[in-house]
Design a protein around this ligand. Structure first.
Ligand code: KG4
Ligand code: ZN
Length: 358
């Protein structure tokens, strides 16, 4: 194998370093090529939504099998779109999400990336999926840099993270129960909107009257930056049962207002706590129209920069994985080929939660 260090020869430094990223942690099979951690040359996402929709959620066995059949064509498409004909010479590294996620799904991406790295004589870089989401904004705006506070809200996580510098994070707050995306998916199912529930619920909410009921905003009256969504979900369930004639659009609007209010309020509080110049959204729920409008308005009022990634960069993709991999590789070097897929992989927070000072 050739030199695996991120600081190669002068000749190498003059060339952009291209990383192939692979993402298979849940129900998207994705591959992308990113230059120097900041410029996406290709990003191919094969969604499995149609395979899982009839079951109302992701079925792990189906996800794993679908990744297996899709991974090779998806990687080929990402290489072709980026104009890569000789990966061993043109690429600098091969990366994959190693966790958190569904183990049978993660394994497909991790094994594929390791096999390609060995075949091409390139370093392998393992990436934490959550760290990937944090890099989506850096990919889309070359002028956007830490320090910043990121609200990372997806189907499995809701975190408020102070990105001090690339790779240096402090946890400011998190959900103490359900993730925001999970609440969207569960309430959407309750309202008969199908899976995944976020996008249809978001569209419907725009047409409803949010004032018909005020649903609870979990923990907003508590100090600190933690969040809670399970009480809201139960409250919607009870209210819908007690008001069978209520318009679904109005319930959707009232629910969305409660989620957006809680998320935006805690993001604003977190940004003030560490006094950062910029805030940013990440994860699938960051595609939400109500959340985007509210966070932008709050940031404008507080005179903070605000970055809202494009909806395709909010949901799972491999460009964010390739971007995070480039930064990780520069700071830590390559990942051992023995590194396992870890469904419970945690993101390292270098400092004690600032929220402890609450
Ligand atoms: O980040 P992501 O693609 O996958 C995970 O890592 O979980 O996030 C998926 C989640 C789902 O719960 C989905 O319902 C939610 O993001 N979501 C939305 C919207 N688009 C996707 N939630 C609210 N509004 C949306 N427009
Ligand atoms: Zn995700």
């Amino acid at each position: 194998m050739r030199d695996h260090g991120p600081s190669g020869s002068a000749e190498r430094e003059a060339q952009p370093e291209l990383v192939l990223g692979i993402e298979t942690s849940c129900d998207e099979t994705a591959a992308a090529v990113v230059a120097d951690g900041r410029r996406s040359l290709s990003s191919v996402v094969s969604s499995q939504v149609e395979l899982h929709a009839e079951f109302g959620g992701v079925v792990p066995e189906i996800a794993g099998r679908a990744h297996l059949t899709r991974i090779v064509p998806v990687v080929r498409a990402a290489l072709a779109e980026a104009g890569i004909s000789d990966p061993a010479r043109q690429l600098a590294a091969v990366a994959a999400t190693t966790g958190p996620g569904l183990v049978g799904a993660l394994l497909v991406g991790v094994a594929s990336a390791k096999a390609l790295s060995v075949a091409w004589g390139l370093p392998f870089v393992g990436v934490n999926h959550l760290e990937g989401h944090l890099y989506a904004s850096l990919l889309e705006d070359p002028t956007f840099d830490p320090p910043m506070v990121v609200l990372l809200a997806s189907g499995g996580h809701t975190l408020l993270i102070h990105v001090v510098a690339p790779g240096a994070y402090r946890l400011l707050g998190q959900t103490i129960d359900d993730a925001a995306g999970e609440a969207y998916d569960k309430v959407a199912r309750m309202l008969g909107l199908g899976y995944p529930g976020g996008p249809p619920l978001d569209r419907l909410a725009a047409t409803g009257d949010p004032t018909i009921v005020r649903f609870p905003r979990g923990l907003v009256d508590e100090p600190g930056c933690d969040l809670s969504f399970s009480g809201l979900k139960t409250s919607v369930h009870r209210w819908v049962r007690a008001h069978p004639g209520a318009a679904v659009a109005d319930v959707a609007a009232a629910f969305q207002e409660a989620v957006v209010d809680a998320l935006a309020l805690k993001l604003r509080r977190a940004a003030a706590l560490v006094d950062v110049p910029a805030v940013c959204l990440a994860g699938g729920v960051a595609a939400n129209s109500g959340l985007r409008a509210r966070v932008k308005a709050d940031a404008d009022a507080d005179r903070r920069r605000c970055f809202l990634p494009s909806p395709a960069m909010c949901t799972d993709n491999a460009a964010m994985v390739a971007a995070a991999a480039w930064w990780r590789w520069r700071s830590d070097g390559p990942t051992s080929l023995d590194a396992p897929a870890d469904p419970n992989l945690r993101l390292g927070f270098e400092a004690e939660p600032v929220g402890k000072a609450r």
